[in-house]
Design a protein around this ligand. Structure first.
Ligand code: SF4
Length: 202
């Protein structure tokens, strides 16, 4: 089990609220109590999908997720609703024990949403996303998370074909178009980082 103490100390120093859970199930129990009667946007995330959070939160909230658009909502409508939601929930591509939070996006909806525009942002982090240093976290986001995302999407990029590393490609289907580094909690909103002692997403 990973030791969250250094990461927690640094994140709290940078302005985040931090909560740690042994399992995704325990985190789900907390989140379903904490988030009620709100509009909620989800970022694309295998972590959120694996946790089953969409169904759990939809029972008491108005939730929008472009991976699972609601009936009569187009993809564009869903992205717009998620952008305008009171609460936004996302995972991360990597987080450094020194406190930097790293995400890479194609369309930019997720990195925009975790930077600005919501009353509260929850970042859900499986322990597999944690790297010791900023450099190693950036390496992870570029060379582990992004190629696996490219494979999931089945795009025509060398990382998707070989599945081993980032080739910094110039393909039309390149999914890495936007890099976000949260050096500190963005001003003007509440942020809560949920650390989970499980391997979740990639
Ligand atoms: S830049 Fe290209 S090769 Fe590198 S991870 Fe992104 S899509 Fe793959």
């Amino acid at each position: 089990m990973k030791d969250f103490s250094k990461l927690t100390k640094n994140l709290e120093h940078f302005g985040y609220t931090v909560r740690a859970f042994s399992t995704a199930e325990e985190a789900n129990l907390y989140l379903t109590e904490a988030i009620q009667n709100r509009s909620v946007g989800f970022g694309g995330s295998k972590t959120l999908e694996a946790m089953g959070l969409l169904d759990l939160l939809s029972a008491r909230n108005d939730v929008y997720w472009h991976w699972y658009p609601r009936e009569n909502f187009s993809n564009a409508d869903t992205l717009e609703k998620a952008r305008d939601a009171e609460v936004y929930i996302s995972s991360v591509n990597a987080i450094a024990e020194t406190g930097e939070i790293i995400n890479i996006d194609g369309t930019g909806n997720r990195v925009a949403a975790i930077s600005h525009g919501h009353e509260k942002v929850y970042l859900i982090v499986g322990e597999n996303k944690i790297a010791p240093t900023f450099e190693e976290a950036l390496y992870r986001a570029r060379n582990v998370a992004a190629p696996l995302n490219a494979q999931r999407l089945g795009v025509d990029t060398p990382c998707a074909i070989n599945g081993d590393k980032c080739y910094d490609c110039d393909r039309p289907h390149r999914i890495c178009r936007n890099l976000s580094i949260l050096w500190r909690k963005p001003a003007g909103a509440e942020y809560e980082v949920i650390l989970i002692h499980e391997s979740l997403g990639y």
